[in-house]
Write a protein that binds this ligand. Structure first.
Ligand code: ADP
Ligand code: MG
Ligand code: ZN
Length: 479
């Protein structure tokens, strides 16, 4: 029997607000344990939560950017369970009436577009964190850090529309791109700002009844998501082929072994006893609010990608790379405003700029070579003042000093030599010193041509105009 995998993802997006969802405490990561807490997020009896308006604005933006409808009326519910990092004994979440529903994302898979449904997006608070074995000042043992308690999260739940690990990763990457683009999440997966539960089942090909699913908890990298799903699909297929049945359960992914193992079965599943939180009034969002949020949305990556192709003649691939992040796409547009050769601008961004950013571990918004300066540099190349090769040296100097390319070129005497007399003199000298190679070339070994180009460029310290060098060399060598 052949099997069809089915996957649905629940993604937790940590929102980039300064303060927590129901109190004024800071959300900053990495502070001294329990230094960012108050009676509300410590879960003291009688302390009252107050909803952070920014969280609602971010949720509405996320909903609009993923084609959801925004609920005019939504409520917060208590999700009851016991855990040491949850002092209240319940998490405030949304259950029956989430803020966003029925959206979708279109993913690209094998060159085709596929629509993945989004069931719902709801707001909730995060729990605290247990710290084991390294409790500061206390030695061995376990402690509770409640700095993270009450940190705002969105949970984005997809329909079971994904059919492979590649589709799941593609969907996840797109969602990640959108929330970082909207600037509502820092997207840091290592710190857990964007993490995912993967629900996986298999069914016989041709069947229209979904199989029983296992839910793999908290996978926090694209690579692990792919590994976890692939392992889980194979485990379920092997199990069924051996005559067993898949049971509904929660599983954990172990990155070291690349496997998943059972955490709890259906019998041990929580019965959360959801009920509306009496401390929070229903959230009412009118059309005016939704429309204002819609008006504030930036141009989204997909739209921008299409526009780069139409407006600047970018290739599909270039447009994809240039819209990988909002910062990069804006850098490109600003640079093109200074120098209209879009192809050259995009080549330089995807080449030198990206390389230098990677080498230095910097993000595009920290790039010492501003879009204007890159534009100025490309003007010097296209105007024939410097060669592309020399431009790389100038770029490195701009990266170090942030100076104007024109000043660097003047100061270091890097202006391109386009004087044919001067270049011919160099060529004559090199031909005289390499008679053997000249004969080889004339005897039909055309590869030697590259050797001569290299020698001439070297002798001119890279400043000879390469097109002119080629032309003059060809004439002279041919005799
Ligand atoms: P829960 O809250 O128990 O996790 P939900 O109804 O919220 O349950 O569903 C969670 C996720 O499981 C959704 O993303 C959904 O698409 C996915 N899902 C539901 N049924 C299946 C299935 N048979 N196989 C794979 N994924 C599934
Ligand atoms: Mg779930
Ligand atoms: Zn607090």
């Amino acid at each position: 029997m052949k099997f069809q995998p089915v996957i649905g993802l629940e993604v937790h997006v940590q929102l980039k607000t300064d303060s927590k969802i129901f109190c004024g405490c800071s959300t900053r990561f990495g502070a001294e344990p329990n230094s960012q807490t108050c009676p509300v997020c410590l879960g003291m009896p009688g302390a009252l939560p107050v909803l952070n308006k920014k969280v609602v604005e971010f949720a509405v933006k996320a909903g609009l950017a993923t084609n959801c409808s925004i609920s005019h009326h939504s409520i917060f519910a208590r999700k009851n369970y016991f855990y040491p990092d949850l002092p209240k004994g319940y998490q405030i979440s949304q259950f029956e009436d989430p803020i966003c529903r029925e959206g979708w994302l279109d993913i690209q898979i094998n060159g085709e577009e596929k629509r993945i449904g989004i069931t719902r997006i709801h707001m909730e608070e995060d729990a605290g964190k247990l710290v084991h074995n390294d409790v500061s000042g206390l030695g061995e043992g376990s402690g509770v850090d409640l700095n993270r308690a009450c940190t705002p999260l969105l949970e984005v739940v997809s329909e079971p529309d994904l059919r492979s690990s590649d589709e799941a990763v593609s969907y996840l990457k797109q969602l990640h791109q959108i929330v970082t683009w909207l600037n509502i999440c820092d997207g840091n997966m290592e710190e857990g700002s964007f993490r995912c539960d993967a629900n996986v089942s298999v069914m016989p090909i041709g069947s229209d009844t979904l199989g029983t699913r296992a839910e793999i908890k908290n996978v926090n990298s694209f690579r692990f998501v792919k590994q976890a799903i692939e392992y889980e699909i194979q485990r379920q297929i092997d199990l069924i082929e051996d005559g067993g049945t898949v049971v509904q359960e929660t599983r954990l992914f172990d990155p070291n072994s690349g496997t998943t193992r059972s955490m709890r079965g259906k019998e041990e599943a929580h019965d959360y006893r959801y009920f509306p939180d009496p401390d929070l009034v229903p959230l009412v969002i009118d059309d005016e609010w939704v429309e204002r949020a819609r008006g504030e949305l930036p141009e989204l990556p997909e739209h921008k990608r299409q526009r780069f192709i139409a407006e600047f003649g970018a290739s599909e691939y270039d447009a994809e790379v240039l819209t990988a992040s909002r910062g990069l796409s804006e850098y490109f547009e600003e640079a093109v405003a200074f120098h209209q050769n879009a192809k050259a601008v995009s080549n330089w961004i995807m080449g030198e700029v990206t390389r230098a950013l990677n080498d230095s571990g910097k993000e595009i918004d920290q790039c010492p070579v501003t879009p204007r300066l890159l534009g100025e540099l490309l003007k010097l190349i296209d105007g024939g003042t410097i060669s592309g090769k020399i431009a790389k040296t100038v770029f490195d100097e701009m990266w170090r000093s942030g100076r104007e390319p024109k000043d660097i070129v003047e100061e270091q005497g890097l202006v391109q030599v386009s004087d044919s007399g001067a270049i011919e003199a160099i060529i004559d000298g090199i031909m005289a010193a390499n008679q053997g190679q000249v004969e080889e070339y004339r005897g039909g070994k055309e590869k030697v041509f590259g050797f001569f180009v290299g020698q001439v460029m070297k002798a001119s310290k890279g400043k000879a105009n390469p097109a002119l060098v080629n032309e003059l060399l060809l004439n002279k060598l041919k005799g």
